[in-house]
Design a protein around this ligand. Structure first.
Ligand code: FNR
Length: 182
């Protein structure tokens, strides 16, 4: 099973990017996670889309289409989904009737130094996934709170309990995507 992972943060030392790298390490047998960097995706503009879809967007859409499932590492900004992530989702959802996200099994997780581990942003993204018809795995919810205590200086996920939860999430995603593919 091919899973496309992407994170909603562009910064080098991002906890959410680090969480994706941990997922790649913890993937169960039979699952391969490829990480896509959304940093090259321009701001959505329908005029640009009509004139010609930017190469980074074509690449993102194709990567989603060729994956069996997507895995989204969701940071939280001001109790919501960061603009760069929402923007990438908006591009992927177009054009209507040909959305790469339509029917694509998804799992969400996220990390933040705060106490709620991106719970609100994840809930918000689940709401967008209702519109895009992207079946998001309900459980387990992986909310990596106090992230600064769970990664080392090199960005390795060192917290054992969190590593176990990420492993459970990936196993559940494998089952979810297999069931939806039937
Ligand atoms: C934040 N941060 C934050 N954290 C949180 O738990 N809830 C929030 O609502 C916000 N709001 C917020 C707004 C803005 C504009 C910034 C820049 C940051 C803190 C945020 O979780 C923290 O910067 C993380 O480290 C961002 O994720 P990455 O970049 O580490 O993946």
């Amino acid at each position: 099973m091919k899973v496309l992972g992407f994170a909603g943060s562009l910064r080098e030392a991002s906890y959410n990017r680090a969480l994706l790298r941990a997922a790649k390490e913890l993937a169960p047998a039979g699952m391969e996670i490829e990480i896509f960097d959304i940093g090259g995706i321009p701001l959505y503009n329908e005029d640009v889309e009509r004139a010609g879809v930017p190469a980074a967007v074509e690449e993102f859409r194709a990567a989603i289409r060729s994956a069996d499932a997507i895995l989204v590492a969701v940071p939280e900004y001001n109790h919501g989904v960061p603009g760069v992530l929402k923007n990438a989702i908006d591009w992927a959802s177009r054009p209507p009737g040909q959305s790469a996200l339509n029917g694509k099994p998804a799992a969400l997780f996220g990390a933040s130094p705060g106490q709620t581990g991106t719970a609100r942003a994840q809930t918000q993204l689940r709401g967008s996934f209702v519109f895009t018809n992207t079946p998001a795995l309900p459980q387990p919810e992986v909310l990596v709170f106090r992230a600064h205590e769970k990664f080392d200086a090199e960005g390795r996920l060192t917290d054992e309990a969190t590593r176990v939860w990420v492993g459970k999430l990936l196993e559940a995603l494998q089952d979810w995507a297999t069931r939806l593919a039937r």
